[in-house]
Design a protein around this ligand. Sequence first.
Ligand code: YH5
Length: 276
Amino acid sequence: MTLLDCGGRPLDLGRAAIMGVLNVTPDSFSDGGFFLSRERAVAHARQLVEDGADIVDVGGESTRPGAQPVSVQEELDRVLPVIEVLRDTVSVPISIDSSKPEVMRAAVAAGAGFINDVRALRADGALAVAAELGVPVCLMHMQGEPRAMQTDPRYTDVVAEVRTFLAARLTACHAAGIEPARLVIDPGFGFGKTLAHNLQLLRGLAGLQTLGAPILVGLSRKSMIGLALGLPVEQRLAASLTLAVIAVANGARIVRTHDVRATREAIRMYETVYTN
Ligand code: YH5
């Protein structure tokens, strides 16, 4: 049975774990300033935990297709106040969703115990900082950069290429002194992939298990559902739950989702049927 030590807070992977998404990006709503956006984010995080989140993923950089880069200072200003409050108000581990070593270091100092990096520690200095911090790290595959990654994604064999990329990042982490027991891998659904690529990856997900690291997936509300079923983002719950269950059936151990309670119920029901 796998237990990840997230800076002193355990994450039990004996059953699939639910990672609740907490976006701290001020794009969609304007408000009375930092205090209001911090209070709103903290309230949302507490709701995610009440709904059954096993870990909360705090992100201050939008990595959606077409998103513009954010400065280190802007990202710190968004996430640090929220992490500081959550450290003292929720008991589950806090994940920092960032690719910037300066943000990783400050977030872990403020109370984060897990690094979720959509760039798999490829930024300058990120490998060394992650080695020094000692917390678990999720390494995600992405082809290109968010701004242009959906322009013309190309693969000969998407499952093989994602697998080879993740194997190389695991090797780079080992070489940098990061213990294998704290590494998690993620195929990066929607990150430089067409609908066909995403479907091939989901069907081939179990093939990543031989890399020896727990698999995390993020499928919640993603465009692949919109493309497959013609649904707007607010009508993607049922399809997201279906994809989450398929992922767990194919080896996923952490599921990143906006809809914690429903995702937890769907996965627990699946596990009730298939676990003796
Ligand atoms: C992920 O897969 N994804 S941010 C576009 C959407 C809906 C949702 C409306 N961070 C992942 O959630 N971290 C994100 O269309 C992630 N794995 C890991 N490890 C993108 C997102 C989203 C994008």
